[in-house]
Design a protein around this ligand. Structure first.
Ligand SMILES: Cc1cc2nc3c(=O)[nH]c(=O)nc-3n(C[C@H](O)[C@H](O)[C@H](O)COP(=O)(O)O)c2cc1C
Length: 188
């Protein structure tokens, strides 16, 4: 199976990056494949709210703003599950996470054939490396996003500077559990 670990911090060696590494390790430990995507390395702009509020996202389930969103949208649809890992900014997900998830939601939440993310497991991590405040509001909006696209919320994990060590282990274990093949598929 193939999983995406999507992180959204500009720092390559901060708390968010450590959380992403833990998720990658857990997925690979399960025997599944994991691909890391750093949103801040990509060019994914904001939703432009085309037309009178809806554009091709509603009628064609694709975004008409041409940038790196297109290829990541396709990768997301192919993946068996996703780990979404964001730093907490002002009690919310970071701007790069918001830009990507907003556009993905528009393409999938109202898909008349049904969301292509329906039932896919999503592991959500909010890394609050400053005061430690704001993880609950951040996770709340990410849970709501997952519900809009009809993904299956596998777990919601809050991390701060004090919980770092044991939460990195929790993230690894959660990613392993998410990516582990279902028990019945192990049987002949
Ligand atoms: C604009 C901005 C807002 C932030 N807001 C919060 C916050 O609400 N709570 C918190 O604990 N940390 C906050 N931080 C700190 C970040 O969560 C994080 O520790 C820092 O950006 C480094 O993240 P990284 O090491 O995960 O990349 C904020 C940082 C920035 C840049």
């Amino acid at each position: 199976m193939q999983f995406l670990v999507i992180s959204s911090s500009p720092n390559i060696d901060g708390l968010t990056a450590a959380c992403a590494q833990a998720a990658l390790a857990g997925i690979r430990q399960s025997g599944s494949q994991a691909q890391e995507i750093r949103l801040n390395d990509l060019n994914i702009g904001m939703c432009e709210a085309c037309g009178n509020g809806w554009g091709t996202c509603l009628n064609e389930n694709r975004c008409q703003v041409l940038d790196d969103f297109q290829s990541l949208h396709a990768l997301t649809l192919q993946a068996d599950g996703i780990a979404l890992i964001t730093p907490v900014y002002w009690g919310e997900m970071s701007e790069s996470a918001k830009a990507f998830t907003d556009r993905l939601r528009r393409c999938e939440a109202n898909n008349r054939q049904g969301s292509r993310l329906a039932g896919k497991p999503v592991l959500v991590v909010a890394a609050a490396g400053g005061s430690g405040n704001g993880t609950v509001t951040c996770l709340l909006s990410m849970e709501r996003w997952a519900q809009h696209v009809k993904a299956r919320v596998f777990d919601l994990i809050a991390v701060n500077r004090w919980s770092r060590d044991y939460k990195l282990e929790t993230i690894r274990a959660a990613a392993l559990a998410m990516a582990a093949p279902p028990k019945e598929s192990l049987e002949d």
